[in-house]
Design a protein around this ligand. Structure first.
Ligand SMILES: *Cc1c(COP(=O)(O)O)cnc(C)c1O
Length: 341
């Protein structure tokens, strides 16, 4: 890292495919995945399903498409769905939950902790099934880790209580697990423990693991069969996708390195706190710093060679595979200059 090169902490999506991943992509065995299947796609989907503890999985180009497909399958036009406030499906997916899936969101407060509604709040918001002229609420959409809450995790016991509350009210559960791998790493559990009881889950391969593209949407075989049809409708059916799935397979072999990003995030948060910033304690790889003038901070950080983004009114720093611990130290030195004005 030379002195003038910017340290990119905007997102873990900036991680780039390295030589190992590019080699795997170059030598991937492929077929026509729309016509009759691609062997590397199949391998990735089986591996993802195994890790997520679901019957089947489907590769999709993006996490947004994975969430959209799930919402389209779980909702009919005009249905209401419950979702924690500031969820990605609400704030960062251009309204597709309404535009494409026809859903009306009911945002839930984080009354159980950062990013987490309580099971009681789910029960209360779900209400009871009424007569035919009442609004229907068939879905609870959860997010683990919760991005806007600073990568906050929901532990297996709390997840189980939320699923139980949804079940009791007759709601299906979709889990936006874009960073479920980070949640599992932080909690020291298997990813499958965080999907218990859900009807579908979306997980990203392109965050912190180096894959250039790809997510999976997973669930029972019948759900995945339907998801494959909707993916084609949305223009997401790809031909020799094995070239992309090969990158995903390499990514899934790297899950045990995510704790390094979490350690880097703690170091960064500690350093920012020493500079006098109010930091929301990182649980995974996302650090939120509360500042008085967000835009000024972002502009001055950029000028000092630290790229960050904004989230929930805070400066958001995300640690990832392509920033070293030395980079974190340098980012803190540069941020100190900004803090001193
Ligand atoms: C990144 C992300 C997604 C999907 O993002 P894509 O850019 O479409 O891959 C979905 N949910 C959450 C919580 C995310 O952080």
């Amino acid at each position: 890292m030379n002195a003038t090169q910017a340290i990119d902490l905007r997102s873990d999506t900036v991680t780039k495919p390295d030589a190992e991943m590019r080699a795997a992509m170059a030598s991937a065995e492929v077929g026509d995945d729309v016509l009759d299947g691609d062997p590397t796609m199949r391998e990735l989907e089986e591996r993802a399903a195994q890790l997520l503890g679901t019957e089947a999985a489907l590769w999709v180009p993006t996490g947004c498409m994975g969430n959209t497909i799930a919402l389209m399958l779980h909702l009919q036009r005009g249905d209401r769905f419950l979702v924690p406030r500031a969820a990605h499906v609400l704030d960062n997916e251009l309204g597709t939950a309404a535009w494409l899936a026809g859903g009306m969101p009911e945002p839930l407060a984080w009354d159980a902790g950062p990013g987490r509604p309580s099971p009681e709040a789910v029960t209360a918001a779900a209400g009871s099934q009424g007569p035919y002229y009442r609004l229907r609420t068939p879905l609870l959409c959860l997010e683990n880790t919760h991005n806007a809450a600073g990568g906050a995790v929901t532990a297996p016991a709390e997840h189980a209580r939320l699923v139980e509350a949804a079940d009791a009210a007759g709601l299906k559960v979709h889990l936006d697990g874009a960073r479920i791998w980070n949640a599992a790493a932080a909690l020291g559990v298997k990813p499958a423990e965080l999907t218990a009881g859900v009807d579908s889950v979306q997980a990203c391969l392109s965050k912190g693991l180096g894959a250039p593209v790809g997510s999976v949407v997973a669930g029972p075989q019948g759900f995945v069969d339907e998801a494959r049809r909707v993916r084609k409708m949305l223009g997401g059916g790809v031909r020799q996708g094995g070239v992309l799935a090969a990158a995903g397979l390499v990514a899934l072999n790297r899950l045990d390195r995510l704790h390094e990003d979490h350690e880097a995030a703690r170091e960064l948060a500690g350093g920012l706190a020493e500079l006098g910033l109010r930091v929301r304690g990182p649980q995974t790889n996302i650090v939120l710093a509360e500042v008085d003038d967000l835009q000024t901070w972002l502009t001055r950080l950029r000028a000092a060679g630290v790229l960050a983004s904004s989230m929930d009114g805070c400066v958001r720093f995300v640690t990832h595979r392509d920033v070293s611990r030395a980079d974190i130290g340098e980012a803190l030195r540069r941020t100190a200059e900004v803090a001193q004005g």
